[in-house]
Design a protein around this ligand. Structure first.
Ligand code: SF4
Ligand code: SF4
Length: 242
């Protein structure tokens, strides 16, 4: 469920263009082909809770609309998404959004996972709802760029021969909408960073970036601006020493 689009080394305008091209490809992808793919899998979640842990998914990214929902349920259940992409010359980190807080237990369980079950299942968030389905391009096990459509095939859940085609169609629409929302949030983040850095004479500093992330991994507090609803919200977070 993590956000795959990041590389602070590439100039931001190029990255924005590339993400817009991904959006065009997403909408050019025939929906019926995705429906057939979902239908072929006829995946049914057995609520084992494995995907709700850091052990399986590094983090569960929240779209802006999810953050609004999680604030209503439990304001302590979210935090800046890990892996901030940018760091300015003054040491301020920048990340494209929030993620669900994970506990420091054996598997790194989601804040809402209790005894292996999601305690807010009917209100779970966008990424949780579509998982393990996805529609994005990435490298297959042989390194070939292709459309990835299912996470951890044959490793979880069960085949449900009675799954109606209408449900697969609904899910396909939801998957495409989610992927588009993810791309849209990432584009907005990059546009905001580009403008903010220009206006405030800031630049991405790779050395400072590395130093700050090292400090964070050692458990020291760092300052981070989190992109949310078009703004950069400032937070202070401390990592868990590794
Ligand atoms: S909110 Fe629920 S479904 Fe989503 S990751 Fe957490 S426990 Fe899993
Ligand atoms: S999506 Fe898969 S891993 Fe996640 S709870 Fe359902 S069966 Fe388990």
């Amino acid at each position: 469920m993590s956000c795959l689009y990041s590389s602070a080394d590439i100039p931001i305008p190029y990255r924005i263009v590339a993400l817009r091209q991904e959006q065009n490809r997403l909408f050019a992808y025939p929906l019926d082909r995705l429906v057939i793919s979902i239908w072929a899998t006829r995946f049914r979640c057995v609520c084992c809770g494995a995907c709700c842990t850091r052990a399986v998914n590094m983090h569960i990214f929240l779209l802006d609309r999810d953050v609004a929902e999680v604030k209503k349920i439990d304001p302590g259940a979210y935090e800046p998404a890990p892996g901030p992409e940018f760091c300015d010359q003054n040491g301020m980190l920048y990340v494209s959004g929030y993620a669900l807080r994970m506990r420091d237990d054996q598997h790194g369980s989601c804040w809402f996972l209790e005894e292996g079950r999601c305690r807010i299942y009917d209100r779970r968030f966008s990424g949780c709802r579509v998982y393990p389905h996805l529609l994005r391009r990435g490298a297959d096990p042989k390194g070939k760029i292709t459309w990835l459509k299912f996470a951890r095939k044959y490793e979880h859940g069960q085949y449900d021969p009675a799954q109606p085609l209408e449900e697969c169609l609904e899910l396909a629409r939801e998957v495409r909408e989610y992927e588009n929302a993810l791309l849209t949030q990432q584009i907005s983040f990059l546009e905001t960073i580009h403008e903010y850095f220009t206006v405030h004479s800031l630049r991405h500093d790779p050395k400072m970036h590395k130093d700050r992330l090292n400090e964070f991994r050692q458990g020291r507090p760092v300052e981070i601006k989190v992109f949310h609803e078009g703004e950069l919200e400032e937070c202070r977070v401390a990592g868990t020493p590794v």
